[in-house]
Design a protein around this ligand. Sequence first.
Ligand SMILES: *Cc1c(COP(=O)(O)O)cnc(C)c1O
Length: 342
Amino acid sequence: MEKKDIDWGSLSFSYMPTDYRFVAHWKDGKWDEGELVSDSNVTINESAGVLQYAQTCFEGLKAYTTKNGDIVAFRPDLNAQRLKDSAERLRMPVVPEEMFLRALDMLVKANAAWVPPYGSGATLYVRPFLFGSGPVIGVKPAPEYEFRMFCTPVGPYFKGGVKPIKLLLSDFDRAAPHGTGHIKAGLNYAMSIYAGEYAHSKGFAENMYLDAGTRTYVEETGGANFLFVTKEGKLVTPQSDTILPSITRRSLMYVGEKLLGMEVEQRKVRFDEISEFAECGLCGTAAVISPVGSVTKNDGTEIAFASGMENMGPVLTKLRETLTGIQMGDVEAPEGWIRKIM
Ligand SMILES: *Cc1c(COP(=O)(O)O)cnc(C)c1O
């Protein structure tokens, strides 16, 4: 198969339409088979549930080429599970895991020419999403839904080296107690855009959000979970019901404990203790881990991590290398983590 003529290494994280996308419809209580289509536009009713009351959720995962030339995806069963949890919380029909994985295989095979080659640092980002397409005017679940999956090639996350980022401690909240912080819903992002733009305007890469109930404990950023490393080398991640359960974070905690023999702990992390950590990072599908150099409060006080502003700390570097090695086929993967697509 002939690859597209793209300078893979210089791609950014932005949308580029590919040849095919998957679409399935839910109507009269059931899903149709779904199919691949070439049209990248969606046509829905003006009063669709997604347009009026934001009844929508999504997922994000990557497909890529391994050393031996296979095209694979990383733990897509966990994305299917999380989409199910999101759908149930928003009273949308669940996409069966079988359909989710079938759509992924069909989509990636049909767009194989768009999957970046091994060694380019680029990957194929896959975006599954589910939304209320049928009309509502009173507030209630929409009568019809669409499940779609498209993909777009994205470049290496860190071009020209991994540089630690600066965070702003946000005065805004991301997720209410007993709200929707634990599901991957567009609504959690819509209301974070204002806070995100505010942080950018002050020169920060991202916001650190605290728990909305007490403003005491670290939650996450707009789209990535936190990892901390103590001075003794223990890996710590915040525990909270309003954090989105990152698949990358869960995988890194497993890799740290089972493959690297580290001590790992998931617990509540107080904001006023973070200055004691040696390293801090953000984790998610896009970057795997981005190092955090400092967190600044609105009064200007900056909490800097011991690992500094030049490089990623040694423990997070080791974790990141091991996980990316597993993804690329250079390190043996735990059972069931890699789905071979073709
Ligand atoms: C998607 C997402 C993450 C990262 O999850 P991964 O499964 O690791 O990509 C973290 N936080 C939020 C709010 C997210 O939406």
